[in-house]
Design a protein around this ligand. Structure first.
Ligand code: XIL
Length: 349
């Protein structure tokens, strides 16, 4: 793809532009939004969506609709929201997002089918036998994927199944079902919607390290066994105080070689508060670094931010003393990070 080859030539320029904040010469009225800047790049620009904000905040809603061409439910497609009681499914909030996306010409990433967090109490507290749990998992995956068939184009089938050292995470699924639950989950999802692209997804797996090595080995193994796995998701929760992984492109390139798609699925770049201009520039650089790796890769198909505004970001509630992790301020003003994402797309044209 010519567009992607061009990126190689402009990476240095992109970095200079991002850091100086200068607008590239190709900017124009048709590139005023992230969505317009991304057009033709082969990479979708997405955001996680907070459904209460979407309902109550018209300014928030207008930005979701205009700036992005992909959306992910921040919470409403998780197990506790979708199947709050065994066998009783609540699609209302998730359907609202899917309808919103359709009305605005956006695709939907499904997040997530199998995880160790945000599961309903009935699932985690009742003592099921392994056979019962397997049945429950199968029913849940099949019912959920079938419900959204043709309307959700990618699913994070399993989320965060490895530890940082590359060993499998000790979860209720691994304990009851053994490591085969991962292949089973992909097979069941595929049976329910053969066209959906099915993803592994995790954090701290953006660069080459023990965790991403484990994913690479798993993807290779599952492919050789004919298990329908199509994509590798990197959440991209970064922090300016840690620096950014330098081997992200090497990592996406090895999945390219396997014929496995890649996506950045939950990008945000937090900082220790208070905000200052240096941290904001570092943040812009972090957002751009992941996007450049995606644009350089052959099969990187989307780049999603985990919320676009500090008004609703999950970060301050979870990482004490940290925040300002998204491309827009609380008052919905674009930050240098916003310009960096836009400029990086424009430079890849
Ligand atoms: C977070 C949401 O942003 C919060 O609103 C919720 O309280 C907890 O989950 N990795 C993931 C996401 O895969 O689902 C998480 O989302 C953030 C970390």
């Amino acid at each position: 793809m010519a567009t992607r080859r061009n990126v190689l030539a402009v990476v240095a320029l992109a970095l200079a532009t991002v850091v100086s904040g200068a607008a590239p010469a190709v900017a124009g009225a048709d590139t005023d939004t992230l969505r317009a800047a991304a057009r033709g790049s082969g990479v979708r620009i997405g955001t996680a969506v907070d459904m209460s904000a979407l309902a109550s905040d018209a300014d928030y809603r207008a930005i979701v609709a205009s700036q992005f061409d992909s959306v992910t439910a921040e919470n409403v497609m998780k197990w506790e929201a979708i199947e709050p009681e065994r066998g009783r499914y609540d699609w209302a909030a998730a359907d609202r997002l899917v309808d919103f996306a359709r009305a605005n010409g956006q695709v939907v990433r499904g997040h997530t089918l199998v995880w160790h967090n945000q599961n309903p109490a009935w699932l985690t507290e009742d003592a099921f036998t392994p056979a019962e749990l397997r049945q429950i998992l199968r029913d849940h995956i099949k019912t959920q994927v079938r419900h959204f068939k043709g309307r959700v184009y990618q699913w994070d089938v399993v989320n965060e199944v490895f530890n940082d050292d590359g060993t499998l995470r000790d979860t209720m699924w691994l304990r009851a079902l053994g490591p085969g639950y991962i292949a089973d989950a992909f097979r069941w999802a595929h049976e329910a919607d053969p066209k959906a692209k099915l993803y592994l997804n995790d954090y701290n797996n953006e660069g080459v390290n023990a965790k991403s090595d484990a994913y690479y080995a798993l993807a290779k193994q599952l492919r050789s066994q004919g298990v329908p796995i199509h994509g590798y998701g990197m959440q991209g929760h970064l922090g300016v105080q840690y620096g950014f992984p330098g081997t992200v492109f090497d990592n996406v390139r090895r999945f390219d070689a396997l014929g496995v798609q890649t996506a950045f699925t939950e990008v945000d770049v937090r900082m220790i508060l208070p905000v200052d201009p240096t941290k904001e520039q570092a943040q812009a650089y972090g957002f751009s670094t992941l996007l450049q790796a995606c644009l350089l890769a052959r099969h990187c198909v989307s780049y999603t931010v985990w919320g676009f505004t500090d008004r609703y970001s999950w970060v301050p509630g979870v990482f004490e003393g940290q925040g300002s992790a998204t491309p827009y301020t609380e008052s919905l003003q674009p930050k240098p990070a916003y310009q960096a994402i836009r400029n990086t797309f424009l430079l890849a044209r």
